[in-house]
Design a protein around this ligand. Structure first.
Ligand code: HEC
Length: 106
C-alpha cells in the first residue's frame, strides 16, 4: 500500500465515522413525528399533494431543507416548507436527513 493511499483510506474512515456519530436517527425520527408527519405522512411516504420525502440521499434532503430554511423557493408550494424549515438547527437537519434516507412505511 502506498503512503498516499493509506492516508486517503484513513481520511475516508474518519469521515464515515463522523457522519454516523453526528447523525442521530432516533432523534431524527422523533423530530419528524413532531413537525413533519402531519403533512408528509408516516415515514415520509407522502400524502396527496405533499411529496414523498423518504428514500432520498442525505445530501439531497439536507440541501433541500437548507434551501427552504434560507427562504429559497424550490417548488410551487414552498412557502409551507419555508415556514417549517425556519426553526430547524443544523443538527436537526442532519438527523432528519439521516432518518428520512432509510425510513420505510410498513
Ligand atoms: C404544512 C405541511 C408541511 C409540513 C408540516 C412539512 N412539509 Fe415538507 N413539504 C410540504 C410541501 C407542500 C412541499 C413541497 C414544497 C414545494 O413546492 O417546494 C414540501 C417539500 C419538502 C421537501 C422537498 C421534497 C423534494 O424532493 O423536493 C422536504 C425534504 C421536506 N418537505 C421535508 C420536511 C420536513 C423534514 C418537515 C418537518 C420539519 C416537513 N417537510 C414538514 C409540506 C409540509
Amino acid at each position: 500500500m502506498t503512503k498516499s493511499f493509506s492516508a486517503l483510506l484513513a481520511f475516508t474512515l474518519v469521515s464515515f465515522s463522523e457522519v454516523s456519530l453526528s447523525a442521530d436517527l432516533s432523534a431524527g425520527e422523533a423530530r419528524y413525528k413532531e413537525s413533519c408527519i402531519n403533512c408528509h405522512g408516516p415515514a415520509g411516504k407522502g400524502v396527496a399533494s405533499y411529496p414523498k420525502i423518504s428514500g432520498n440521499t442525505i445530501a439531497y434532503t439536507t440541501e433541500k431543507l437548507e434551501a427552504y430554511r434560507a427562504g429559497i423557493k424550490q417548488g410551487p408550494n414552498s412557502s409551507l416548507m419555508i415556514m417549517m424549515a425556519m426553526p430547524l438547527t443544523d443538527e436537526e437537519i442532519s438527523n432528519l436527513a439521516a432518518y428520512l434516507e432509510t425510513a420505510k412505511y410498513k
